[in-house]
Write a protein that binds this ligand. Structure first.
Ligand SMILES: [Ca+2]
Ligand SMILES: [Ca+2]
Length: 244
């Protein structure tokens, strides 16, 4: 579930403007390059306190219910800033779940597949998957769409509920009954951008019926990092130059 609204970054920015915070999303910097404790936005001359130096101002942490003294309030390995910026709840350790995250190393020819599933109640119409990237704070304005290469329809449970599968079109034809549809998204690192720290790119995936009805939509996170996920810690993620 999204933490507070469907497209969180614009929502967060609007909230911050209303609160007297930065009027534009700040650029991301590596954690070690971030300022400490008291940070000042020169444009509005409002001091922003970030007690735990995690890129989320104390006032914003209060708004989200996260711990202003802990960079990873719910101890799920994703810093509060990453969860706030990508729309996941920084106080719920179950999100993003393991099946909602794909890690990809930021190097040439690196790639990752992520299986996503949507459950529908269908009455014989076709069901087609659709991908939607959320806005990000990336300084190059990259989104998950910039890494997506393809999506395919894989299989359904129970199989007999589907007449045919057009894999490359992300489509299941003539779906009848309560059916779980599986798709596979393929991402690769083909952008001409260097990553000095890890970033999260959130997106949603769901299905749309031939009747125009949407169902089974869920949010996911693609993490792009300079090194493999096995070595990745909360301190490896990019932070904003001034706290959100
Ligand atoms: Ca903080
Ligand atoms: Ca967290």
């Amino acid at each position: 579930m999204r933490a507070h609204c469907g497209v969180l970054v614009p929502c967060l920015c609007a909230c911050l403007v209303a609160c007297g915070g930065p009027k534009q999303p700040p650029l991301l910097v590596r954690l070690g390059d971030a300022g400490a404790g008291m940070q000042v936005d020169a444009r509005v001359h409002v001091p922003q306190v970030d007690s735990d130096h995690d890129g989320v101002c104390d006032a914003t942490e209060q708004m989200f219910g996260s711990n202003p003294q802990a960079a990873d309030s719910d101890h799920d390995g994703f810093p509060d800033f990453v969860e706030v910026a990508t729309g996941f709840d920084p106080t719920d350790p179950t999100v993003p779940g393991p099946d909602q995250v794909a890690f990809m190393t930021a190097k040439s020819q690196a790639s990752v597949d992520l299986d996503v599933r949507s459950t529908v109640d269908s009455t014989g119409e076709g069901q087609t998957g659709f991908f939607g990237a959320y806005p990000t704070l990336d300084p190059q304005h990259l989104t998950a769409s910039d890494f997506l290469v393809s999506g395919i329809a894989v299989d359904a449970q129970p199989p007999d509920n589907v007449r045919n599968i057009v894999a490359a079109s992300e489509r299941f034809g003539s779906v009848t009954g309560h059916t779980r549809l599986r798709f596979r998204l393929h991402f690769d690192y083909h952008v001409d951008v260097q990553f000095s720290c890890a970033e999260g790119f959130s997106f949603s995936y769901g299905v749309k019926s031939d009747l125009g009805q949407q169902a089974g939509q869920r949010d996911y996170l693609l993490v792009v990092a300079p090194k493999g996920s096995a070595q990745l810690t909360a301190a490896d993620y990019c932070l904003p130059a001034t706290c959100l």
